[in-house]
Write a protein that binds this ligand. Sequence first.
Ligand code: HEM
Length: 421
Amino acid sequence: MTVPTEIIEKVVDPRAYADGSIYDAYRWLRANDPMGLVEAPGYDPFRVVTRHADVMEISRQNDLFHNGPQAVLNTQVGIRKSLELTGGKPLVNSLVQMDPPEHGKYRGLTSAWFQPGNLKRLEGRIRELARRSVDRMAQSGGRCDFVNEIALHYPLLVIMEILGLPEEDEPLMLKLTQEMFGATDPELNQRSSSLNIKDETQQLDMTSLWTMMAYFNKLTEERRANPTDDLASVIANAEIDGEPLDAMATMGYYVITATAGHDTTSSSTGGALWALAENPEEFRKLRADVSLIPSMIDEAIRWTTPVKHFMRRATRDTEVGGHAIAEDEWLMLCYASANRDEAAFDEPDSFRIDRKPNRHIAFGYGGHLCLGQYLAKIEMRILFEELLPRLESVELDGEPAMSQALFVNGPKRLPIRFTMT
Ligand code: HEM
């Protein structure tokens, strides 16, 4: 079957991810061509994988389906330009671009650090940051833009806490996370991701890359001289095959942690409050029984699915869900479609805080399963544990808006009116 032009246009149009029409395209694809071939002008051909079962089936086979070298959709020009700069290697080589056996070695360096047992000791410090955010909201006079005043800052402060960075570096880190992994939304005044240059008009800002290199090199030196219990110390002192990581590899690790943990968690936090403001019955249910917070958070993450896709490339001819896949075919794993798949979820378009089971795959699946999933859930849980007992009512106060981006997107504006104790 041929995918109709209007569906193809939606898949590669960041505006469709902001106005929600991408969900109509996904619905059509799931029903009619769940691994449809997209041949869009300016892009190498790729298949859009839209069913939950197929996304899982591909994600769990990391030897057969590779991430590298291009793990996120990019135009032919963007790919060529990124590779020209680096002589054929990804600009910043991080976990999401790696494949076995390299990937396992690098992931193993920090996987224990990200386990719930280790993260538990951070809960007190995270709670202090959450309280400060909730106090700030309480002082805003009953109206605020929840995204710009709360949801954008809190996860960034948590990341700075885990990396052990001083709070005064927040503006620099904000620039880093926005430039290296940012959205394509013109209103957000962000350039396209520096890792992912989109067209001829966009140039990589080498100055900011060198600034970042210098910043992280200094951090590495400090943590090698005086290791602490933070994540930066684990990265700075890590060894692969008996050798310390070089400057590029160390930076790749800091960058993936900082960037992957920011926009994503901001989006799901903003998405949670948006959904609660629009579903007063669910809000009342949650306030009456705060033990539902963890399940509300899972539902908010499914509902928002901040990471819309990652790409994989088939290393040989194979078959998934009855569909032939040829060697070297490029596959777009559409997590947001999988998380609204009627075959996997009852009433997938309803926001239900007590959904059970909730087998969403917003954190991916298989060998690349999000390293920060427990941290993301802990920080969201703590924020809502602090917020909900004080938040008596909440409603929308004007038009909220989603960001325009094919990769990571979520609310960019969420005006709310509320009463708080
Ligand atoms: C709601 C918040 C988050 C969402 C929805 C999310 C989603 C994802 C997804 C979909 C992947 C790719 C999985 C795959 O290919 O199977 C991923 C990977 C990753 N995430 Fe997250 N993430 C979130 C928060 C975080 C946080 C807080 C951190 C760390 C501070 C983090 C660090 C990472 C890293 C390091 C990877 C790469 C893992 C690998 O390739 O082995 N993420 N995340």
